[in-house]
Design a binder for this molecule. Sequence first.
Ligand code: SAM
Length: 279
Amino acid sequence: MSAIDGLPPLREVIAAHGLSAKKQLGQNFLLDLNLTAKIARQAGDLSACDVLEVGPGPGGLTRGLLAEGARRVLAVEKDARCLPALAEIGAAYPGRLEVINGDALEVDVLAHLTPPVRVVANLPYNVGTELLIRWMTPAQWPPFWESLTLMFQREVAERIVARPGSKAYGRLALMVQWRAEAKIVMTLPPEAFTPPPKVSSAVVHITRRDAPLYPADEKILARVTAAAFNQRRKMLRASLRGLAPDIEDRLLAAGLKPTARAEEIPLKGFCALARELAR
Ligand code: SAM
């Protein structure tokens, strides 16, 4: 029996249910329940929250979330082989775990969740960034979630929290930081996973803001940052030329140097330019 609950250790669960890891599903499992409980704690107090977990696999993080007191966990898993193992966890925590067998990119989870909701997941790398972008760009803000506590490849985590002037700074940092606060709360070596991936991983904790940090039209801001970072080595007056015939004047009106490069410009500057281009 494991230390955090009365269930068998994950190695036994995996062996009993024949859950050999499938590469095409991004299956790198966490088997250390002390580690998964620690990840669950990074999400804050879960006792009054529903937790959405994407990709529970054999349930290591699910067990961490439940042991740490999550009110309810809704887990969306694509691989039907994992369902019997997850059912055993559900039986140990009656009424607190709901499992949906489906693709997280397609399932409508909202009908299954009661606010407040926190998202906590060791995401499959192949869908992680796609889900993050969707969660950051809902039709209406604030979104259905209060916070996102997500495992990424370390390089992606660094792009999410990057500050101006760094190589990792770009569209992902701006998209997330416009509407949320993001920080790396844990880093994990490849050996923390079974099988180990090729690269290190990091957990990012993202807390939503009630409103964006600076006013701007979302679509215009996205267009500006896309153009600026698609040609990140060029000066803004060149990379943004397609956005307005008088782009130099617009840049100056927004308080930006036309000769500056995208990676020097803070979020505030991009928002000022988006507002200027909306006039
Ligand atoms: N959470 C488990 C853990 O920490 O050990 C497993 C993490 S593993 C990196 C990713 C999990 O996501 C796998 O169980 C995989 O089957 C599942 N998965 C992959 N693509 C998915 C998708 N589109 N929708 C839902 N689950 C998916």
